[in-house]
Write a protein that binds this ligand. Structure first.
Ligand SMILES: Cc1ncc(COP(=O)(O)O)c(C=O)c1O
Length: 424
């Protein structure tokens, strides 16, 4: 049989769920990937904030091969040491007593949070009616994944369209608007779910004041504060826990993770606080008891060993500090350009959004300015993802060097210059 060429790969019988760029990536190392023809690209997409240590880091390949020869999988009917080590490390990183559940993706982690909130609302019902509380408030432009739970939680109409009837019990309110949040809290509300920085929705940050105000509302109405750190967790914002880069003293009730947690391995999880939720001292983290939740591969020894190696490396190499330094570099260089196509840089650490003046960039009518720019950047050797029609994101590996950032920004500047409408 002849080898597959680029056309064969693009025409493989895959469901057309993704609007893919016409690139087949065949190899990666550090911050670089190569296509089938051997052309190199600087990867500032990193699998959309996944490859925290870059591609094929030695520490990960070594641990995976050792663990693969020892034990790849065992049922959750039994214990395994890599999962126990990973859970212990995660609770250490959170720095608040709690317990962890493992799954395989961000959407699945958020489904777990939704189930935790429903259990909580049942355990702590409405004090007057004694009816279970079930409603969760999330924010406009949020993204919480593609499962039926995830799309119901997501605050973007286009993600929900065509999938009615949706899971009931969600309300969406504007971010950073405490009055709207207060108005939305009702007798059925049991939790608030939010991304400290919205990634897919355009890189929109919750302000420190807003996060603190949300915490206060949660305390006064006995609601869970649940953070979706799927995209912003584990060093990407300059702190191991993303929320600490914005509101260091905040104490969440539950947090979901995936993406950077495994450096490219399919892993997700969520943490719940051990705090008591009633006068008998019942812990929040105990509300999902035996038989209430599960996932065949969750906490699988191979993936857990890999995730442990990735997170240990992020901590030992102090990569959150590198994220903060590279952010400063990116902001300073771009601000010096005073480029007519650049509206602003938003976000934190290495979850940065470059908001565009779309009218100043040449792009075909059937493409958004952000997609057209991403496509041209790809042709010029830099991979970045869009975040909505007028924003592109920088999500390089947390190991990205100063020189690699300089190189990427040079490609960006040349590409923006070349797409300026005034040069048409
Ligand atoms: C904040 C957030 N939550 C959840 C998800 C869903 O994660 P997954 O694609 O692993 O299901 C994403 C994915 O982009 C995300 O950014």
């Amino acid at each position: 049989m002849r080898a597959m060429n680029h056309e064969d790969i693009m025409n493989a019988p895959l469901m057309p769920t993704y609007a893919r760029f016409p690139l087949t990536v065949s190899k990666g190392k550090g911050s670089r990937v190569w296509d089938e023809g051997g052309k190199a690209y600087l990867d500032f997409c990193s699998g959309i904030a996944v490859c925290s240590l870059g591609h094929c880091p030695d520490v990960l390949t070594k641990v995976l091969s050792e663990q693969a020869s020892q034990l790849v999988h065992v049922s959750n009917l039994y214990y395994n040491k890599p999962a126990a080590r990973l859970a212990t490390l995660l609770v250490e990183l959170v720095e608040i007593p709690g317990k962890v559940f493992f799954c395989n993706s961000g959407a699945e982690a958020n489904d777990g949070l939704i189930k935790l909130a429903r259990r909580f609302g049942r355990h702590c019902p409405n004090p007057t009616s004694k009816e279970p509380r079930f409603e969760i408030i999330t924010f406009n432009r949020s993204f919480h994944g593609r499962t039926l739970g995830g799309i119901a939680a997501t605050g973007q109409q286009k993600i929900k369209e065509g999938f009615d009837p949706l899971l009931p019990g969600f309300r969406h309110v504007p971010l950073n608007n405490i009055e709207s949040l207060r108005d939305a809290i009702g007798e059925n509300t049991c939790a608030i779910l939010m991304e400290p920085i919205q990634g897919e929705g355009g890189v929109n940050q919750a302000t420190p004041e807003f996060l603190q105000a949300v915490r206060k509302e949660c305390q006064s109405h006995n609601l869970l504060l649940m953070l979706d750190e799927v995209q912003c967790g584990f060093g990407r914002l300059g702190e191991m826990m993303g929320w600490r880069a914005i509101a260091p003293d905040l104490e969440p009730d539950a947090v979901s993770w995936a993406k950077g947690m495994g450096g490219g391995l399919p892993v997700g999880g969520f943490w719940a606080n051990d705090r008591a939720v009633d006068e008998d001292g019942t812990e929040l983290s105990s509300l999902l008891g035996p038989g209430t939740h599960g996932s065949t591969y969750g906490g699988n020894p191979l993936i857990s060993a890999g995730s442990h190696a990735v997170l240990s490396e992020i901590r030992e190499k102090n990569l959150p500090a590198n994220a903060a330094e590279r952010e400063a570099q990116i902001r300073s260089v771009i601000s010096d350009w005073k480029h007519p196509a650049v509206r602003e840089v938003r976000g934190r650490g290495l979850l940065l959004g470059l908001a565009l003046n779309v009218d100043s960039l040449k792009h075909a009518e059937n493409s958004t300015a952000s997609a057209a720019l991403c496509r041209q950047l790809m042709e010029n050797g830099l991979l970045v993802p869009p975040a909505g029609p007028d924003v592109i994101r920088f999500l390089p590996a947390l190991t990205v060097t100063e020189d690699e950032v300089t190189e990427a920004l040079a490609i960006l500047k040349t590409t923006l210059d070349g797409m300026l409408v005034s040069q048409a």
